[in-house]
Design a protein around this ligand. Structure first.
Ligand code: PGA
Length: 253
């Protein structure tokens, strides 16, 4: 059985007080309302990680993620945050290769590979994001585009390293647009990703890898998306900023 995961990517939102309120609400709702074994992850901005982590410490189901990590281990890299630093404040997951980081911060495949390596070396599970822009889908090149993203950053990992990776498929045209992929589009891409992973790594590891869908996922469409055989959960942006919506998405499993 693959791990079922719902992760909230808060992006650059919330002040300190607002972040604590949001995570307390989510924590309580998860305790009171969520049955079963869904892994819930929250990814607040860097300055709030430690406090958010402390608030969720008593709840086994809640986990802490960072939204980014430096590709470097330590040293003179002003403004960067290392995997060891994240580890030392209780971070268990890290989002790597989100399209916003690829686009606005020019993160390329090689840098993403280094980020994967440094996170894994610290025992932090990467949530590796991939997904095509609209013009690639319209030109029917979305499978090749995603395959290249997987290949260029993931394929250099060993089987053992890959064992610790979660993949998130986030078509760029669906992120923050209100236009979600249909459950059929999500399923066919997730199945395709799993097949490519089984070529890069051993089949068992590919089968065990949780593949999350992201892009305008909300309480109204989560059930249908999560019911697909290769959709193992979601990476949620906008809807993760409201405790009610986020919890209802978690309850869609
Ligand atoms: P969205 O963002 O849910 O607001 O579309 C998803 C993401 O970027 O991870």
């Amino acid at each position: 059985m693959r791990k079922r995961i719902v992760a909230g990517n808060w992006k650059m939102n919330k002040t300190y007080e607002e972040a604590l309120t949001l995570v307390s609400e989510i924590d309580n709702m998860v305790k009171d309302e969520v049955n079963g074994d869904v892994t819930v992850i929250v990814a607040p901005p860097f300055p709030f990680l430690q406090s958010v982590g402390k608030l969720t410490q008593g709840n086994d189901r809640m986990h802490l993620a960072a939204q980014n990590v430096s590709e470097h281990e330590s040293g003179a890299y002003t403004g960067e945050v290392s995997a060891a630093m994240l580890k030392s404040v209780g971070v268990q997951y890290v989002i790597i290769g989100h399209s916003e980081r690829r686009m606005y911060h020019h993160e390329d495949a090689q840098s993403l590979y280094k980020k994967l390596k440094t996170a894994i070396a610290q025992g932090i599970t990467p949530i590796f994001c991939c997904g095509e822009p609209l013009e690639e889908r319209d030109a029917d090149r979305h499978f090749d585009y995603v395959d290249k993203q997987l290949h260029d950053s993931l394929s250099y990992l060993s089987n053992e390293e890959f064992d610790n990776v979660v993949v998130a498929y986030e078509p760029i045209w669906a992120i923050g647009t209100g236009r979600t992929a249909s459950s059929q589009q999500a399923q066919e891409m997730h199945a395709y990703i799993r097949e490519q992973l089984s070529r890069m790594f051993d089949a068992e590891a590919a089968f065990k890898c949780s593949i999350l869908y992201g892009g305008s996922c909300n309480p109204g469409n989560a059930k249908e998306l999560f019911s697909q055989p290769d959709v193992d959960g979601g990476l949620i942006g906008g809807a993760s900023l409201k405790s009610r919506d986020f919890t209802d998405i978690i309850k869609s499993f």
